[in-house]
Write a protein that binds this ligand. Structure first.
Ligand SMILES: NC(=O)c1ccc[n+]([C@@H]2O[C@H](COP(=O)([O-])OP(=O)(O)OC[C@H]3O[C@@H](n4cnc5c(N)ncnc54)[C@H](OP(=O)(O)O)[C@@H]3O)[C@@H](O)[C@H]2O)c1
Length: 199
């Protein structure tokens, strides 16, 4: 399969690229890294990248930012950051990419443990992750040409834990390589509309 990975140079993306690269052709995409340059917050940039890459069998996204701040300090515009970036960036990847993905191909998006296990300062992440999980569930039943769509919701990644541990007290960590298996399951399996939780 030809697999486009948006965010392939990141902590999770590197592990996903290594796992999928064992048996597939991986094309890495990012704003300032990877063989294909793409800013998923910019619809024109997504369209240009798909035009350049051409037909792919799977699109995986392991990118997306949200604002972390105490709830008392969060205002409408603070949520816009995550809504524009991690939420609509991934939704637009699907909306724009669905013409380019081959029959029976797939999309795999990324959410995260905060979809169901909140932390202080993480209300935007929880909002966005929950929205993406729901989008995947709904889009799956209307996907054309046998296209599939799933989300992976990893726990706190071991390789990120040193920097993030103070915000995730008592959370167990997941090696990125183990989270990557859920992406392989989505890309290579037959299921659709699923959220693969990797706690
Ligand atoms: N790390 C964790 O513990 C963890 C746990 C659960 C969920 N998650 C979620 O998993 C996702 C990835 O996390 P990570 O820790 O692996 O992130 P990361 O190490 O910061 O990597 C992000 C990757 O995405 C690319 N990227 C960033 N913004 C982009 C954009 N607008 N368009 C295209 N590519 C973009 C980056 O490359 P460029 O800079 O070149 O664009 C990089 O390759 C995030 O949504 C995060 O919320 C992370």
């Amino acid at each position: 399969m030809k697999v486009l990975i948006v965010g392939a140079t990141g902590t999770i993306g590197r592990a996903v690229a290594a796992e999928l690269g064992k048996s597939h052709e991986v094309i890495a995409a990012g704003r300032s890294s990877g063989a294909v340059r793409m800013d998923m917050t910019d619809a024109a940039s997504i369209a240009a990248a798909f035009k350049k890459v051409g037909r792919v069998d799977a699109v995986v996204c392991t990118a997306g930012h949200v604002k972390f701040a105490p709830f008392a300090e969060m205002h409408g515009e603070d949520y816009e950051v995550g809504n524009r970036d991690k939420l609509m960036g991934q939704v637009n990847l699907v909306l724009i990419g669905r013409e380019t993905v081959a029959d029976g191909g797939s999309f795999t998006l990324t959410t995260g443990v905060l979809d169901s296990d909140p932390i202080r300062g993480g209300s935007s992440a929880s909002l966005v992750n929950g929205a993406i999980n729901a989008f995947v569930m709904a889009a799956a039943i209307e996907m054309p040409r046998g296209l599939r769509i799933n989300a992976v919701s990893p726990g706190l990644i071991q390789e990120s834990a040193e920097a993030l541990a103070p915000y995730f007290p008592g959370f167990e960590t997941v090696p990125a390589a183990r989270a990557a298996l859920a992406y392989a399951r989505s890309v290579e399996g037959a299921q659709t509309g699923r959220v693969y939780r990797v706690p």
